[in-house]
Design a protein around this ligand. Structure first.
Ligand code: SPV
Ligand code: MN
Length: 629
């Protein structure tokens, strides 16, 4: 290694050597020799090092300063705007049978290919070596990570999104159990965008806990400790009996000042971040949660400490907390938005006039501009994002860094579903919830991944894109997790996207505040519910009271009926779709079929008695219950 010392800038060699970890040193050496950067910077997490990286992102043209103090913008290439599912692959031994939902490649072949691409890829560039922890430091949740990247934007984003881990590496010494990420944006064009996106690859080596990402810049493909680490974490969790989830964590306040914590899984672009941005509630995390069992209870931490959130649709009325932060000084990276001449930012759905021109992910932009395929280019990309640290938000909960985590009393699953599920519903129990709500989660595809938008797809626990193990094994893990718990979290589903026959949304964006309060009261057995074939739903009286209290709105009976009518044909069709999919997935546990068949029977029986569309008022009074019935 000593022959490489010259390339390390500003004391970086000394900083690296101070960590007494031969596994780390040999990993770094291997990839420095292979990728061959001109300069190497080691980030020890001090404010001076963080400043160096912020300035490097400007110096190398990956970010541009904006009008507001601390704000910058980064653009990804026009065709590099989302997660690349197709080229993200798990490296597995030849002949592995994980089912067609898991994208994989023969390990030997994949490693060979990626190492060939990495050869000399950083020539002429600076390599940033950064240390982070997933979860709070010094806790049973903590996973240390090292990131090697030639993108100052990636390193800068990670400094905002993750807890610094240099001290944790010093403390742990020669511990081999850290996650490793190697990223290169590859050759850049004049806009500093990855040029060779045909060679964009994200390969995940589970055995050695390494992820390689090349020829891409979009955060979901490059920010190692985020979605790349999630794959490694799910794999580890499946062996150790905990859960690594695509979930937010939020504390909902209830009567008497109590706070009840919920975790919630939603596919990307389905309202996950907006659910945790409710004024007055307590925000712990918006994207990735680790859940562990302790003394019969479930505790969770946020793997991150920041948000890489979707900006589209954010406006001052529906999202006052984020809107305020996005217009205040502070360290924020905007990506793929429209920037006006005077350094202001615009995105679709912002309550401000749309500028006529500016700069966006397509370069110089003007109203009506078309791309090479003749498609109109919107001012900002639908997957445009903002990156900020959670403590910039006024609803930030300092328990974020509690090494114990917070106790989770409810789990929520939500998808983009226009015609089947009611806005909020509680499952009968853990197994019923895991299977009919989590494992049966369907959603219409969105702009967060490359490819067609609007197709209905099964997305178990909103975690399908990140599963490195078979779906059957994953669902089994969940069922096992619930087995010896005394204080089982209740499982709910929500649906913010239900429409009427004319395609009009049946609920408003702010209504989710009411659904959350109802779930909070259910956790504490303080409201009744109506038992339907698919779960427990709220009574009209409770919602009427809550709408008044929370939103000062008069909730109409006719709206309640439209929203909470049980749609039996759509529910039956959904079960048939899910049964068919699981029927083709190797290793699906029998209980999935059993629980879904039972639900089908209940629906068919109800149809015989009450018809195809059942108003909540048509369920007999005897189906009203307090706790579980
Ligand atoms: C998501 O798409 O689910 C995100 C952003 O949270 S990404 O980092 O792209 O995964
Ligand atoms: Mn996400």
């Amino acid at each position: 290694m000593i022959d490489l010392k010259e390339r390390f800038v500003r004391n970086s060699f000394k900083k690296l050597m101070k960590i007494n970890n031969p596994y780390l040193h040999s990993f770094v050496e291997k990839y420095v020799r292979l990728c061959n950067p001109d300069r190497i910077f080691v980030n020890s997490g001090t404010s001076e090092d963080l400043k160096y990286i912020r300035e490097a992102a400007i110096k190398y043209g990956e970010e541009i300063k904006l009008k507001v103090e601390g704000h910058t913008v980064h653009f990804d290439g026009y065709y590099d705007q989302a997660r690349d599912r197709e080229n993200t692959k798990i490296l597995l031994q030849k002949g592995a049978n994980y089912g067609k939902h898991i994208n994989w490649i023969d390990k030997e072949k994949g490693l060979k290919e990626i190492h060939e691409i990495l050869k000399d890829i950083m020539k002429g560039k600076e390599l940033f070596i950064c240390f982070y922890t997933l979860g709070p430091v010094n806790s049973e949740f903590t996973i240390p990570c090292v990131q090697l990247t030639d993108s100052a934007y990636v390193a800068h984003s990670e400094n905002i999104l993750f807890r610094q881990g240099y001290e944790e590496f010093l403390r742990r010494g020669p511990d081999p159990s850290f996650f490793k990420f190697v990223h290169s944006a590859g050759k850049l064009d004049e806009r500093k965008n990855s040029k060779n996106i045909d060679k964009r690859r994200i390969y995940i080596d589970l055995e050695n806990e390494v992820v390689y990402s090349v020829n891409t810049q979009y955060g979901g493909n490059t920010i190692g400790p985020k979605k790349l680490a999630l794959r490694l974490a799910i794999n580890r969790a499946s062996k150790e009996g905990w859960l690594a989830e695509h979930m937010f964590i939020v504390g909902i306040s209830g009567p008497g000042g109590r706070v009840t914590y919920f975790a919630g899984a939603f596919p990307s672009l389905c309202g996950k971040t907006s659910t945790v941005m409710i004024p007055g509630e307590k925000l712990i995390g918006d994207d990735i949660a680790f859940l562990r069992k302790r003394n019969g209870k479930v505790y969770a931490v946020n793997a991150e400490k920041g948000i890489f959130g979707i900006i589209s649709g954010i406006n001052s009325k529906d999202d006052p907390v984020i809107f305020k932060a996005l217009h205040s000084p502070g360290e924020i990276i905007f990506s793929n938005v429209l920037v006006t001449e005077n350094g202001e930012v615009y995105w679709d759905g912002k309550d401000a006039p749309m500028p006529e021109r500016g700069i966006n992910h397509s370069g110089e932009w003007y109203k009506g501009k078309k791309d090479a395929e003749g498609k109109i280019i919107p001012p900002a990309h639908p997957n445009a994002r903002f990156t900020l640290s959670l403590d910039l938000l006024e609803n930030f909960d300092p328990r974020l860094n509690d090494p114990i985590g917070v106790e989770i009393r409810g789990i929520i699953y939500g998808g983009r579903d226009s015609d089947t599920c009611v806005p909020v519903e509680q499952s009968f129990n853990w197994v019923h919830g895991v299977i009919t709500k989590g494992a049966s989660l369907e959603s219409e595809t969105t702009a967060a991944t490359l490819g067609k938008v609007g197709e209905r797809k099964l997305n178990p626990m909103a975690n399908l894109d990140f599963l490195p193990i078979s779906i059957g094994r994953y669902v089994e893990m969940y069922l096992e997790f619930g087995k010896d718990l005394e204080n089982l979290p209740l499982i709910f589903s929500v649906n913010y996207f239900l429409k009427d026959k004319d395609g009009k949304f049946l609920t408003e964006k702010t209504d989710k505040r009411v659904w959350l309060k109802w779930m909070e009261l259910r956790v504490h057995n303080e409201v009744d519910a109506i038992k339907t074939p698919t779960g427990y739903i709220p009574t009209y009286e409770d919602l009427k009271r809550l709408f008044k209290e929370v939103l000062n709105k008069d909730y109409r009976e006719e709206d309640y009926i439209k929203q909470f009518t049980l749609r039996i044909p759509e529910n039956l069709a959904k079960i048939d779709r899910i049964l068919k999919i699981y029927g083709n997935i190797p290793g699906t546990p029998d209980i999935i079929f059993h629980v879904l068949e039972k639900q089908k029977e209940r629906l068919l029986k109800t149809k015989e008695r009450l018809g195809e569309y059942v108003s909540p008022f048509d369920f007999p009074l005897t189906t009203r219950c307090h706790v579980s019935c």
